[in-house]
Ligand binder design. Structure first.
Ligand SMILES: Nc1ncnc2c1ncn2[C@@H]1O[C@H](COP(=O)(O)OP(=O)(O)OP(=O)(O)O)[C@@H](O)[C@H]1O
Ligand SMILES: [Mg+2]
Length: 401
């Protein structure tokens, strides 16, 4: 029977599949599709009605990744992603595309089209300001992660959930790309700007104190099932729009989600604010200096306020929801939140570093066309990244000040 065992859908399959597995469209004659996925891993299509433009999204995972057809990646990642999105639909419905149908056999998800939102990375690289953005992201992290912790859910239920969202294959990608390759240069995987190669190699490969700290962060990433985290919360996973003068966001692509340290998500967001700041400083996107100054001031405040709002919302949530009498203790709660913020600074450092030296770069760095500026930006980010890993408490005090 059609669609009863996994294969990569093509052409009419895509339209027929979506028509058969949703009650959204009236007839399939007027349906067309386009591939809109620009990611590395999966296939994403928009299926829409020619006249009305009513649309849905189909995301399918294949046994290989979209850009590297030579390796195997278990398509069961799709079922996990669907499970996480459904959870977001419950605990943060305004922040996630609605799942219409999830199919573990075809490794496919039919979901709401959030086409009225734009990719946050692209918007920030165009110098756009989104007031309130950091508050929304802090709220999303608190609403989706804290309820899943020992403190929010209780230990036994948490263990069951951690088992359900066990994600060794995708975590291994993060372990390699974030916590190993940038410091060990495994099999020549790192990519350098020639002008910075020697400087970066010395900084990343030869500092055993730095490497020891990164080793501890890797160990924490692997062995601290604190709560359900998104696992890949960079600005390309955040979609944004302004409606009635208010910023709104949607979060997509939680296929790297697993039970890990909440600080990893928070640190990732912080790092990608810093990339946006770096791009604004060193590219020529602004035709006027005042606009540039306003953007830089906004992003500077957004970095601080991300952590501030995280603390406020986390404390509100924990005070209201903790049931375990041992955890109902304000000193413990403050300490729990502070530790997340310190680790977030460290994970921000590992994210900055891996995008400079690693194989998966970010357009805020590769998009700087004037070579002198890129040299400067890479060195500035590497200095910041290493300082964050080596002295997170001190850097956190600086961010708060
Ligand atoms: N629900 C949606 N509505 C509208 N567009 C979407 C939706 N989901 C994904 N997209 C589009 O498809 C692109 C790729 O989606 P996504 O990041 O989920 O794919 P991926 O293959 O897992 O990517 P990556 O390689 O980054 O992991 C997004 O950047 C976005 O432009
Ligand atoms: Mg993805």
């Amino acid at each position: 029977m059609r669609f009863s065992s996994h294969y990569k859908m093509e052409g009419d399959d895509i339209i027929d599949y979506v028509f058969e597995h949703s009650n959204f469209f009236d007839a399939n004659e007027n349906l067309v599709y386009e591939e809109i996925g620009d990611g590395n891993i999966n296939y994403v299509y928009r299926i829409f009605e020619k006249g009305t433009k009513k649309s849905l999204i189909l995301k399918q995972a294949d046994v290989q990744t979209r850009v590297r057809p030579d390796g195997y990646l278990n398509p069961d990642r799709s079922a996990r992603e669907a499970g996480v999105l459904k959870l977001y639909n419950e605990c943060a419905p305004d922040f996630s595309p609605k799942v219409i149908y999830a199919d573990p056999v075809m490794a496919a998800i039919i979901m709401e089209d959030i086409g009225s939102y734009s990719n946050l990375r692209k918007e920030l690289m165009a110098g756009k300001i989104f007031y309130g953005l950091e508050k929304l992201i802090a709220g999303f992290i608190v609403d989706t992660s804290l309820p899943s912790t020992d403190l929010g859910l209780g230990y036994q239920k948490k263990c069951q959930a951690a088992f359900k969202f066990y994600n060794p294959d995708l975590c291994k990608i993060t372990q390699d790309l974030v916590f190993t390759h940038p410091y060990k240069g495994v099999r020549g995987r790192n990519i350098f700007l020639p002008e910075n190669a020697d400087w970066l190699k010395k900084k990343f490969y030869e500092d055993s104190k730095l490497i020891a700290k990164v080793a501890a962060l890797k160990e924490k990433f692997n062995n601290y099932p604190q709560g359900l985290i998104h696992g890949d919360l960079h600005s390309g996973s955040i979609f944004v729009k302004i409606e009635n003068e208010k910023t709104k966001i949607k979060i997509i692509d939680p296929e790297f989600a697993f039970y890990g340290p909440i600080a990893y998500d928070l640190g990732n967001v912080l790092a990608h604010f810093i990339f946006a700041e770096g791009y604004a400083k060193y590219s020529f996107i602004f035709d006027d200096e005042n606009k540039k100054a306003s953007f830089l001031l906004w992003i500077e405040n957004a970095k601080k306020d991300l952590l501030k709002f995280f603390s406020i919302f986390a404390k509100e949530f924990l005070i209201k929801n903790i049931k375990d009498p041992m955890y109902k203790n304000e000193i413990f709660i403050d300490d729990y939140i502070e530790k997340i913020k310190i680790d977030a600074v460290s994970f921000c450092g590992t994210e900055l570093n891996r995008r400079i030296i690693g194989s998966a770069k970010t357009p805020e760095i590769t998009g700087i066309k004037q070579i002198e500026n890129r040299i400067l930006l890479e060195r500035e980010l590497a200095e910041a990244g290493c300082a964050m890993i080596l002295n997170p408490e001190e850097i956190l005090r600086g961010i708060k000040a």
